[in-house]
Design a protein around this ligand. Structure first.
Ligand SMILES: NC(=O)c1ccc[n+]([C@@H]2O[C@H](COP(=O)([O-])OP(=O)(O)OC[C@H]3O[C@@H](n4cnc5c(N)ncnc54)[C@H](O)[C@@H]3O)[C@@H](O)[C@H]2O)c1
Length: 364
């Protein structure tokens, strides 16, 4: 199947479980070009056979980075650039990001900066990267002052997804990716809300047809939003941050350790829904449906109880804060969300306390 991200001359295809094989598609799409492939140590080991086959056809420079969010930093990004520069590649290179969101974000940012910007292709291997980070052109790295603080908008030339890679994805990472799928239920229209409500068990059970549909629905929604508001100027793209204001604060609170990004998003979704109830962005007539979907929301293990006041401070220092107010994306009618930045710090703290007590499972 082929989906499209429509951005005029920078439009690109997203192939999902397409019949063709990747090296042939790349060799045909980018004739007479050289290739580099960035991956991490885990994927390099797991997919040694596939990577060797691809290398035989494309003869790429292979760049291996360490595995983990803590390596999504300036140092790793610099090492990728060192490898590209020292190998004598020029602007005709096409860089392939083979991995999850961390590999994709670092590689995209390296592609944005190498010789002032070169082509790259996303080959996502986690559910999260398939439904979210590989599409849309946000690239970047973390800084000790906050997540994704350094980066660039740089669209890939192609996204190539094979759901077969999900067979080796550990359950915890799969559920983390499901956090981003679940998010689309709240911003992707009534049909996506109903699809998740009705098929949640089958998707998390990885039933192939339902999983594929969840992935393609998610990409369609993301592609449509990105096509409409590529650089987050009109507010439409900000809707993709549903649950993320709380999530980013939680990740920073735990120093990017112990809690995965999608797990933080699941926790953030619980907060956003509770906030939506309190500030009444959710119409009374929809409350029951929100209660039903909340029952499905996978619970997240937190290593300790986060402090509500500190989380609010962190949310205020988020790069998306608007004029000293915390900007939230809150649920409205099922499948729709609204941006709200005047809820008050006290409400946010009360919501966090409520969710900490009632939703997350704390292992201290
Ligand atoms: N650019 C964006 O728009 C955007 C959107 C959402 C999230 N993100 C970023 O994405 C990152 C999280 O991505 P992630 O959840 O993919 O994490 P990740 O890249 O760290 O991957 C999770 C783990 O799964 C392993 N893995 C990957 N594919 C595998 C496979 N097929 N089989 C077995 N193991 C596999 C990885 O080695 C890693 O240990 C965060 O840094 C987040 O900020 C970016």
């Amino acid at each position: 199947m082929k989906l499209d991200v429509n951005l005029g001359s920078r439009s690109y295809p997203v192939f999902v479980d397409d019949n063709g094989n990747l090296p042939d598609i790349l060799a045909n799409t980018f004739p007479n070009r050289r290739f580099a492939l960035v991956t991490n140590t885990t994927l390099s080991r797991l997919y040694d056979g596939i990577l060797s086959n691809w290398k035989a056809r494309l003869d790429f420079l292979k760049i291996e980075i360490e595995d983990g969010e803590r390596y999504k930093n300036l140092e790793t990004w610099g090492k990728v650039l060192d490898s590209l520069l020292l190998s004598g590649l020029d602007r005709s290179v096409v860089i392939i990001a083979f991995g999850g969101g961390v590999v994709g974000d670092i590689t995209g940012f390296a592609a944005a900066c190498f010789l002032r910007g070169v082509d790259y292709v996303q080959v996502p291997t986690t559910l999260l990267a398939m439904v979210d980070s590989s599409v849309g052109g946000k690239t970047g790295i973390d800084h000790h002052s906050g997540k994704n603080r350094i980066g660039a908008f740089h669209q890939p030339r192609m996204v190539w997804i094979s759901t077969s890679f999900l067979k080796t994805l550990p359950e915890r990472d799969f559920l983390s990716g499901y956090g981003e799928v679940f998010k689309y239920a709240f911003i992707g229209g009534r049909n996506m809300f109903s699809f998740i409500l009705e098929n949640h068990e089958k998707i998390i059970g990885r039933e192939p047809g339902f999983l594929l549909q969840a992935i393609t629905n998610s990409i369609r929604i993301k592609a449509e939003v990105v096509s409409d508001d590529e650089h987050e100027k009109t507010g439409r793209r900000a809707l993709l941050n549903f649950g993320h204001t709380f999530a980013h604060a939680l990740e920073t609170f735990f120093n990017y350790e112990h809690v995965l990004h999608g797990e933080a998003v699941l926790w953030g979704i619980a907060c956003a829904i509770e906030m939506g109830k309190r500030v009444k962005t959710i119409p009374d007539s929809s409350l029951r449906e929100y209660d039903r979907i909340m029952q499905l929301l996978p619970r997240v293990n937190l290593p300790a109880k986060p402090d509500a006041e500190r989380l609010c401070e962190l949310m205020l220092s988020d790069k998306k804060t608007s004029n000293g107010r915390i900007r939230f994306v809150l649920p409205a009618s099922p499948g729709e969300a609204v941006i709200c930045d005047d809820t008050g710090k006290e409400t946010a703290q009360a919501v966090i306390r409520y969710v900490v007590e009632g939703y997350a499972e704390t292992q201290i």
